[in-house]
Design a protein. Structure first.
Length: 573
């Protein structure tokens, strides 16, 4: 290698869960925030702690941070004062009385304890696999369910949480090791001890990331507060820049620019609350960029943003951009540098989709060392071909929580080895985006940006089909009602809740899941939660919710890769 000494690699991990809480009761509809907290947010920070000379960038969604903190506070209140736990699965874990065997409540709770990757998280543990097989056999002959016992459900609850436990915890924590060795016959004391560890782990997540941030080992970015698609809030027509023939809702989302600024302000305030100060970078939800979005990011003081390489490729087709930089057409390394667009001084970094998707969708079936060797070889090849000694930055940007359950042992060997090998590499340097910009290197200027997201370079994942457009129509109707109510008719606290609830309805997650190509269960769950959030918004505004919010928006019948939680950056041939 002759030029690799000048090549930076950025590992940028995105972490987000929508707000699963009911605005009225504060109860959680789904447990994914705390489960990913135990398995992924804990593991991902532990890998950095284990390799102090490694670096990475994390995007931590504001609504995710709030929920992690809320879970920790709720569990602390249970420990100290036995206040109710506002999550059904966690509450069952500590319950003295479990549902009657054979009852609907028993089966509902038991089946929820199978919501885990079958191959990697259930089959790995013989005792858990036996419980799962037994429950599934009973499902085919439900009268046999009355022969199950409360102990069966108790064991299932414990194993569910053991399977979702981070690998870094599993390898070091004596409680987890003793419970796994015990295998069954778990007592109430066992369950309470496990709940105590869960509280401890959740309470430690944010402080652990903050410590690495303060030490300069990681950079933390944010997305707009509730993870909305900012270009679509501003104008549905932005979707036509990359999809000229897309069918759009018949009315715009009025006041989208003001909502964009609100979402960014709220996200910044959340970051300041948990970490202090201001972030340098923003992951615009789903890497969704437009020229107007860049203006908003610049106005709020962000130095950098990131997206997928399809957005850059689409933008480079612009005649204005070709005229400004014709050399980029034949430059195989064009991706490995930041760009600024339309005169807006926000530097944009673009995901290497090939590298990122190889990690997310292929390496899970490889031997860990073979996967690390392959990835480093690819990085070395990019560095070797840099022209004229040009210094490159290679962004690997991907989901930091959903990929790892498809790897053996939550990708422990892969991630541990990857960090160590890159940190020790003589020619590849782990970096952060902020660190790169601090070098004050010239940034390539392009006059035009074609609006799009990291998924295919378009907004097709969130708008354009019948169900997605119907959901947007419902949101537009709710926003119209929001604009009609009088702010002075509400107290300061009431108005704050209304604004926050509107923000939750603006989240990208609901629109991601609409579409018959998605799994039926996921579409059902997110359809329900979107309509529930809208219903709660009307209640907070003291307006009767429309009847159509009681009707299902769409159904799913697909079987996409990774259950639909992850997508590839490029359209597959």
């Amino acid at each position: 290698m002759t030029k690799a000494l000048k090549t930076s690699v950025v590992l940028y991990w995105h972490m987000h869960q929508p707000d699963y809480r009911d605005a009225a009761t504060r109860e959680y509809y789904f447990p994914w925030t705390y489960l990913h907290g135990l398995k992924d947010y804990v593991d991902m920070v532990a890998h950095l702690e284990a390799v102090p000379h490694a670096k990475a960038v994390f995007n931590l969604s504001p609504v995710l941070l709030e929920q992690i903190d809320d879970y920790a506070q709720n569990l602390l209140a249970w420990e100290k004062e036995r206040r109710p736990i506002r999550d059904e699965i966690l509450a069952a874990l500590v319950a003295e009385q479990l549902p009657e065997p054979g009852s609907e409540e028993f089966f509902d709770l038991a089946h929820k304890c199978l919501r885990a990757n079958r191959q990697r998280m259930i089959k790995r543990f013989p005792a858990y696999r036996w419980l799962a097989d037994t429950l599934e056999s009973v499902k085919e002959n439900e009268p046999l369910g009355s022969y199950l016992s409360p102990q069966f459900l108790s064991d299932l609850l414990v194993w569910y949480h053991l399977s979702w436990m981070g690998e870094t915890v599993r390898r070091e924590n004596t409680l987890i090791q003793s419970l796994q060795e015990k295998a069954g016959g778990f007592t109430l004391a066992d369950r309470h001890a496990l709940a105590g560890l869960i509280r401890e782990l959740l309470a430690g997540i944010i402080p652990r990331y903050k410590t690495l941030l303060e030490q300069g080992q990681i950079e933390i970015s944010i997305n707009p507060y509730s993870h909305p698609i900012l270009p679509l809030l501003q104008s549905f027509n932005s979707a036509r820049e990359a999809m000229a023939d897309v069918t759009l809702p018949n009315r715009e989302y009025i006041g989208g620019w003001e909502r964009t600024l609100w979402q960014l302000d709220k996200g910044l305030a959340t970051y300041d609350f948990f970490f202090g100060g201001r972030p340098s970078g923003c992951w615009p939800s789903e890497g969704a960029l437009s020229e107007q979005t860049l203006v908003a990011l610049q106005r709020k003081g962000f130095r950098w943003a990131a997206s997928g390489d399809s957005v850059l490729r689409n933008s480079l087709k612009s005649a204005d951009n070709i005229a400004a930089h014709p050399e980029l057409i034949d430059d195989p390394e064009f991706l490995y540098q930041p760009f600024q667009f339309a005169g807006v001084p926000v530097s944009c970094f673009f995901r290497d989709d090939a590298l990122s998707d190889t990690i997310g969708f292929h390496y899970s079936n490889w031997h860990a060392q073979d996967a690390v060797n392959d990835l480093i070889h690819r990085l070395e090849k990019i560095a070797e071909h840099a022209r004229g000694g040009k210094e490159l930055i290679i962004p690997i940007i991907m989901d930091g929580e959903n990929a790892w359950e498809y790897f053996p042992e939550n990708a422990y060997e892969f991630l541990s080895s990857l960090y160590q090998r890159l940190a020790d590499h003589p020619g590849l340097t782990l970096s952060t985006f902020e660190q790169w910009l601090d070098k004050s290197k010239p940034v390539t200027q392009l006059p035009r940006l074609t609006a799009g997201s990291w998924v295919y370079g378009t907004f097709s994942t969130w708008i354009g089909d019948t169900d997605k457009n119907k959901a947007w129509w419902m949101l537009v109707q709710a926003k119209d009602q929001f604009d009609r109510i009088q702010k002075d008719a509400f107290s300061v606290d009431e108005w704050l809740l209304i604004e926050e609830q509107l923000a939750l309805c603006e989240s990208s997650d609901w629109f991601w899941w609409f579409g018959d190509y998605n799994p039926a269960e996921s579409v059902r769950d997110f359809d329900y939660l979107f309509r529930k959030h809208l219903t709660n918004l009307y209640h907070l505004m003291k307006v009767e919710p429309p009847v159509y919010l009681q009707e299902v928006i769409g159904t799913g019948q697909g079987d996409p890769a990774s259950g639909g939680v992850m997508r590839k950056g490029h359209v597959e041939d």
